[in-house]
Design a binder for this molecule. Structure first.
Ligand code: UTP
Length: 292
């Protein structure tokens, strides 16, 4: 069974990232020197997923352009002998096949995934959200591909979150069947601290089977009019079964400014050409911030 397609919904409003995301999609905001979505696509490629299905709206063309050739820029770089940069720019265009689908009305994440039905057809597929950045060798969607191969079940990625933040996430109640792999008993959407069955939160990595679409058809819109993916996952867990896999590596929520900034510093510090200068500036900044 080969899994090739990954759906990346990018049609949301990105209100948490305003005003930066007023005219630039939040997925195009840089994390160090690349737009956030490029890390997502690189992670997908690393897991063998080659066809990216972007669920977009009219404001998001710039994302498709990022994964396409820019011949004018390439010829400028070629003439200037900027060979290394030329290779980098070209490599982004050659990374994956992109297929775009319009979500004409923003009716929630579940609805966005449902828009990809005709493209996904009858094969298992990934879903990745641009807000959740996961850095680390072998971390992320590839873990879900491995889990599906091993147990034959769809899977969601989970991370442990501080108890006082469980009310922001879908929380998993499950039985551990292998180290870091849980069989989901139930999912509780945004529970209070008292109601939460654990602190394992669903983060934006899913590997789904096509029967998710019939579960999505049955989901009633919530109070806000949105069709929630979690509701369909809950009924998928009850009928076919669902795994929750603890993500390795370091996860950052790019929609949260503290985490967004930390992710930038994390990656910039990994660049040897910046490391020492950046550390020096940061230490000076921390010292002066500490004095206030
Ligand atoms: P979020 O719930 O984070 O919504 O969507 P959002 O509007 O993007 O962001 P905030 O919270 O207002 O800052 C989760 C993912 O689902 C996509 C978003 O683009 C995001 O990647 N999405 C959401 C859609 O594609 N369509 C929708 O109708 C809703």
């Amino acid at each position: 069974m080969s899994i090739r397609k990954v759906v990346i919904p990018v049609a949301g409003w990105g209100t948490r990232s305003l005003p930066a995301s007023k005219n630039v999609p939040k997925e195009m905001l840089p994390i160090y020197n690349k737009p956030a979505i490029q890390y997502i696509v690189e992670e997908a490629m690393g897991a063998g997923l080659t066809d990216v299905v972007l669920v977009t709206n009219r404001e998001k063309r710039i994302i498709e352009d990022h994964f396409d050739y820019n011949l004018q820029l390439e010829s400028v770089l070629e003439r200037a002998n900027k060979t290394e940069m030329l290779h980098q720019v070209r490599a982004v265009a050659e990374m994956v096949n992109t297929i775009s689908i319009r979500q004409k009305r923003q009716l929630g994440l579940g609805h966005a995934v449902r828009c990809a039905r005709e493209v996904v057809k009858d094969a298992p597929f990934g879903v990745m959200l641009g807000d959740d950045l996961i850095f680390g060798a072998d971390a992320g969607i590839g873990q879900l591909v491995e889990a599906m191969k091993r147990f034959g079940l769809p899977a969601v990625g989970v991370c442990e979150v501080p108890r006082d933040k469980v009310n922001r996430y879908g929380i998993v109640d499950g039985e551990e069947i292998a180290p870091g792999i849980f069989r989901v008993r139930r999912l509780v959407e945004k529970p209070s601290v008292e109601e939460a069955p654990s602190n394992r939160a669903i983060v934006g990595r899913y590997l789904l089977t096509p029967d998710i679409f019939s579960h999505l058809d049955a989901v009633q819109p919530g109070k806000d009019g949105e069709i929630q993916l979690t509701d369909a996952l809950q009924s998928l867990a009850a009928s076919r079964g669902l795994l929750a896999v603890s993500m390795h590596g370091q996860r950052y929520d790019a929609g949260d400014w503290v985490e967004y900034l930390t992710a930038n510093i994390h990656l910039a510090l990994e660049d040897k050409t910046l490391h020492d200068d950046l550390l020096e500036k940061l230490s000076a900044l921390l010292k002066s911030a500490g004095r206030k």
